[in-house]
Design a binder for this molecule. Structure first.
Ligand code: PLP
Length: 348
């Protein structure tokens, strides 16, 4: 931060921090290119715009995610087509995705919900067969892996990350988009900076917004990037302890607690998430019933989607999904207290 302030160059278009961050992010993920931006939502907007999504096009995605997953599609004047999710971990059901694809589909956005992998193998195969782009939303899945140990963010054509306050690592706000495709990278870079290739002069080649990451944010993000592996490792160790404790309890399960999970939060499946959340709250353990209050399509910002559109997603939100906030600072005794509270509620 002091290095940036002393340089007096605070804007990402003119300094070195944002460019260095992009190189470090590309190296961390072993991908050819990374483009920085002002938020995870912006990172997804770069991806959706680079995919050529426009009016009349469709993008298939999940109803259980942050609004930032769908806002870029709406901003491009395209239609969001919601596919239902798997009833255990809340990630996209590949069969539902395939059924939702039409000749107008341009892309599928797969969210790795809570840090657990969507079905990367099948979604990649479906997208290839239909000739549509696969965009991975890795905002909740920093350094997460799929069941075969492949790094999430290296399977899609583009993968997007968030540096918002409550993600694994933060710089306040910020976003990163990675790809191996130089043409997609160029389009994302242009869209991030008003369609302006700074090496060329004051010419606007494409439509673009100002989604630049500032040098101050980039300086913080560069340090955070060196810490993310440790953050994920500590979350894995403590979530493992909790998953083992929960395995012994009746009426509650941790869906798919495999080793490569990134544990943004710890999701639980119960019979009545409202009752569990209230009981846990009473014992001093914060818990969120359903993660969202409603599926994305039931928000006033979207219209034309009937209730019951994705029944498995609605059941998770209304009845069975309970989310425990998680943190790399949780120690063994913190996990023990949470497990004891879960045990009390399970027994009551
Ligand atoms: C946080 C989040 C976003 C949006 O990121 P912001 O940095 O808040 O704009 C998008 N998708 C998912 C899955 C997220 O968790």
């Amino acid at each position: 931060m002091l290095r940036v302030l002393d340089s007096a160059v605070l804007c990402g278009a003119f300094g070195r921090e944002a460019r260095e961050l992009e190189c470090e992010m590309a190296r961390l993920y072993g991908r050819a290119e990374a483009v920085s931006s002002s938020s995870g939502t912006a990172a997804l907007h770069l991806a959706v715009a680079a995919a050529g999504v426009g009016p009349g096009d469709e993008v298939v995605t999940t109803p259980i995610s942050d609004f930032g997953t769908v806002a870029p599609v709406l901003a491009q004047g395209a239609r969001v087509v919601f596919a239902d999710v798997r009833e255990d971990d809340g990630n996209l059901d590949p069969d539902a995705v395939e059924a939702a694809i039409t000749p107008r589909t341009r892309a599928v956005i797969a969210v790795h919900l809570f840090g657990g992998a969507a079905d990367t193998v099948r979604l990649r195969e479906i997208c290839d067969r239909h000739g549509v782009l696969l965009i991975e939303d890795c905002a909740q899945a920093w350094l997460g892996e799929d069941g075969e140990g492949r790094l999430l963010g290296t399977i899609g054509d583009i993968a997007c990350f968030s540096l918002q306050q409550y993600k694994h690592i933060t710089a306040g706000d910020g976003g990163l988009s990675i790809t191996d495709d130089p043409a997609l990278a160029t389009r994302m870079r242009l869209f991030m900076d008003k369609g302006w290739d700074r090496a060329e002069g004051r010419i606007h080649r494409t439509m673009g917004l100002n989604y630049r990451m500032t040098e101050l944010v980039a300086a913080v993000a560069r340090v955070q990037l060196t810490r993310v592996a440790g953050v994920v490792a500590r979350r894995r160790a403590s979530a493992r302890l909790l998953a083992d404790a929960v395995a012994a309890l009746p009426g509650v399960t941790v869906p798919r607690p495999y080793p490569g999970h990134a544990w943004w939060v710890v999701p639980l499946l119960v019979d009545d998430n409202t009752r569990w959340a209230a009981a846990l709250e009473g014992l001093g353990v914060p818990a969120l019933p359903g993660y969202l209050e409603r599926p994305l399509y039931a928000n006033p910002a979207l219209s034309g989607y009937p209730p019951g559109l994705c029944p498995r997603a609605e059941r998770l939100i209304d009845r069975t999904l309970l989310v425990l906030p998680w943190n790399e600072a949780y120690r063994e005794d913190d996990v023990e207290r949470i497990a004891q509270a879960l045990g009390k509620v399970a027994a009551s």
